[in-house]
Design a protein around this ligand. Sequence first.
Ligand code: PLP
Length: 448
Amino acid sequence: MSSENRTSVPNSLNEHWMPFTSNKDFKANPRLITAAKGVYLTTHHGKTQIDASSGLFCNPLGHGRREITEAVTKQLEVLDYAQPFQQGFGGSFELATRIAKHTPGDLNKMFYTICGSTAVETALKIAIAYHRAKGHGERYRFVGRERGYHGMNIGCISVGGMVNNVKAFASVLMPGVQHIRHTHLPEHKFVSGQPETGDYLANDLESICANFGGENIAACIVEPIAGSTGTLVPPKGYLQKLRDICDAHGILLIFDEVITGWGRTGSKFGADEFGVTPDIMTMAKATTNGVVPMGVVACNDFIYDAVMDASPKGAVELFHGYTYSGIPVAVAAALAVQDIFEKDDIFNRAKNLAPYFQKGLFSLQDLESVDNIRGYGMMGGIDMKLNTKPGKAGLECFKACYEAGVNFKATGDCLIIAPQFICEEKHIDEIIDKLRTGITNYQKNQKN
Ligand code: PLP
């Protein structure tokens, strides 16, 4: 590697085994980010890029927010850590109260976790704990959905529906998990927003109830919009059908809102946007604007009450928790984020910007190598036409776009686009222009 810019380029790349990365490819031609401010990133070549995916959906308020930095710094100076078991500190209670003001229905009880994956694992455990508390230990089964992504722990990949995870770790998956079909149908090609057709796919849950006994199922977990596999938007009426089937069989409905939470759909939560309230809801990504890892599980009051009531006084009611559950530094960041949500009217800002972003996103459909585009609110997925083997087009196109000055995430052959909510229309224009340049350059490279 060149010795230019020594302070930001490490001497050796060998020892770090990078996550979800083609390590060999990356280490031959690394892409390092050295600074970030607002909607822009700086690369180790000193080039500026626009962030078109809010990091991994987690920095909607922009990079380097002074208010968050100050809150975190102040917290570290006063109280750097407090044990979360059998003791606590005021901030975590204040944060739970503030989150409860936003969560829909009676989702008023917050359990803190470390990230999205641990939020999902916690949600699954809470579902089991609830049914046991009600005397229904036989409800051990879960239902997930194809093309769902719920994180990387064993429970997460068991209910998730990403084929490579399932294939690679088949030997350790949780037993008793069934999957309903995903909701993306061929007739949804280039459909913006919610498709008109496909609500019948929710009946897959009814079939699973018929085959395995609805009375044996603890919970059904879905993302309101499947984010990581490329913005699979639920057909109109679909989520309500899932809700109705869950109610008919006493099954808890879990919405994984790790991506869709905190404004990404144009409402605070996907639950609000689609008018369907789950019993348990996970959130993570935007909770701290990505600066400190944190996840939150919001539970309906009836779940919390049942678990509390089933335990003798003085006993630990739920045998679950993490060393870093709601630690002061994460809470400080999350409280600062809550302040910004209010001060900058962030959810309305996202809602107002969404149509402009969607128009720009769908303007890319004339590009030869674009196979499909889906979008909703401030999220979108661009499927690239397959190139020799799955995943190659996505990575090569990502690299061409990186060179063109636009940064995002590619999952397989899908480009995941999720701009920051602080974007102005000119930033959306810049993202779309640079995507067009990058994708066009990728097309040219393929022909040469
Ligand atoms: N759930 C959903 C819907 C996600 O999109 C993700 C991550 O992308 C996760 C869970 C896992 O979150 P984390 O990577 O913070 O563990």
